[in-house]
Design a protein around this ligand. Structure first.
Ligand code: UDP
Length: 418
């Protein structure tokens, strides 16, 4: 079965020293050494698309370079299964969804198939998000240590879906959430680990102007007017129609253009439909560019972010919101909704601007477009904030500590802030 991925190391560990300092890398090596001989089996539902795949793709090769035997598998689902898990995802974010008994039954059936087909070889299982959460059933048979990593804000979920998933979660040794206010009360240990970005990846490394211009040309864009950019999967929770509305308000007074760029994820069957809606809404306005970006287009995404005058992320709900750290690391001024993990990254009026409505977003965009000095200052502060808190080296350390902390230390329901 084609469900195990072999990743190439892209960046060398020592290359990070220049950014984060030598002592930080030494610290990682010491922690990793404590895990030698253990296999960490990481499982999620897709190799491409979305923030979780993005993080794993960069994290795993670095764990390997530190000498940790971390390997990545995905569960097999199929369209109907991912329709159900997408409904669960929305419902966990608090959106109204019609969840039928058949949905739970299908979830259980596909889980059982994965329980039969997946190879369980880890000493520590590191299971990401709700799709594979029920693999914990295997623990009865094989034991070992199990960690559930929840990337979603489940603080205000649909009770029916949460109660169903909670039945699996409580059997884990520990759960990891992205922020204290994303979590739920659970009888197992909880760790808080914020996601992170890789400053040396194609998505985030500095590009020369030639590369940026060639990407703009590829998508038929020019930099002759200020460019507002939102990078997101085509998902209603990213509110692309709200972005267009805000842009139209701004455009009345300032000559500028909007780029909505994103792809579709294999575990999100709804995205094609949303893309169509967005294209229709943008029709006839030559200043709005809706770009369908294929998977594995990290360099293109990077170039679009670097070409942006202002970056917007007008999500209605959000997990951590990796695109924010990506934008801030590039020193860009950002306007973003105060949802999910965004307020951890944007300290209002210091590392960016938080908005609460379409009108608010339009007001903030106008402010930044007409005051470049203020915009630059916010971008500069934003980059420092990311450097201190949201680079991959921070996350590596947090996960190593999590793996070391579970197991022999026993159970408690304390929340541990790493
Ligand atoms: N992304 C991408 N291509 C796209 C859309 C998004 O590579 O077409 C990336 C984006 O740069 C970020 C991640 O996918 O790294 C999205 O993570 P985020 O936490 O912002 O949102 P999610 O998609 O997980 O809800």
């Amino acid at each position: 079965m084609q469900n195990e991925v072999h990743l190439q190391s892209r960046s060398r560990l020592q290359d990070y020293e220049l950014i984060v300092g030598r002592s930080c890398i030494e610290e990682l090596r010491i922690l990793a050494w404590e895990l030698s001989g253990k296999v960490i089996q990481i499982v999620n539902s897709t190799f491409v698309g979305g923030g979780v795949a993005e993080i794993l793709e960069h994290l795993i090769p670095l764990l390997n370079q530190l000498g940790v035997d971390a390997r990545w598998d995905v569960i097999q689902g199929g369209e109907e299964f991912f329709e159900v898990t997408k409904k669960f995802h929305n419902a966990l974010h608090g959106r109204r969804e019609k969840i039928l008994p058949e949905d739970f039954a299908l979830f259980t059936e596909i889980t059982e198939r994965n329980l039969e087909e997946l190879r369980f070889y880890g000493d520590i299982f590191f299971i990401h998000d709700p799709q594979p959460v029920a693999l914990i059933a295997k623990k009865k048979e094989i034991g070992r240590n199990w960690v559930w990593r929840c990337h979603i804000d489940v603080s205000n979920p649909n009770r029916k879906v949460w109660e169903f998933l909670r039945g699996f979660v409580v059997n884990y040794d520990a759960a990891v959430f992205s922020a204290p206010n994303f979590a739920q009360k659970l009888p197992i240990r909880q760790f808080m680990v914020t996601p992170s970005i890789d400053p040396l990846s194609d998505k985030n490394r500095e590009l020369d102007q030639g590369t940026i211009y060639s990407v703009l040309a590829k998508y038929g864009l020019t930099s002759d007017k200020p460019m507002i950019v939102q990078i997101s999967r085509f998902d209603r929770l990213k509110d692309p129609l709200g972005v267009i509305e805000a842009f139209e308000m701004v455009r009345k007074g300032i000559d500028c253009q909007l780029v909505l760029a994103g792809g579709t994820a294999t575990d999100d069957p709804e995205s094609e439909q949303v893309l169509e809606e967005v294209r229709k809404r943008a029709e006839g306005n030559p200043d709005i560019h809706v770009l369908l970006v294929p998977p594995e287009s990290d360099l293109e995404i990077n170039a679009l972010q670097q070409a942006a005058t202002v970056i917007i992320q007008k999500s209605l709900k959000e997990g951590f919101g990796l695109t924010i750290s990506e934008a801030l690391w590039k020193g860009k001024p950002v306007v973003a909704s105060a949802v999910g993990g965004i307020p951890l990254q944007i300290k209002n009026k210091f590392t960016g601007l938080l908005c609460y409505s379409v009108e608010g977003a339009a007001y903030d965009l106008k402010q930044l477009l007409s005051n470049p000095e203020y915009a630059n200052w916010l971008g500069h502060n934003g980059r420092e904030h990311v450097k201190q808190n949201f680079l991959i080296t921070n996350q590596l350390k947090d996960y190593l500590l999590t793996f070391l902390a579970i197991g022999p230390l026993g159970k408690s329901s304390d929340i541990i802030y790493l």
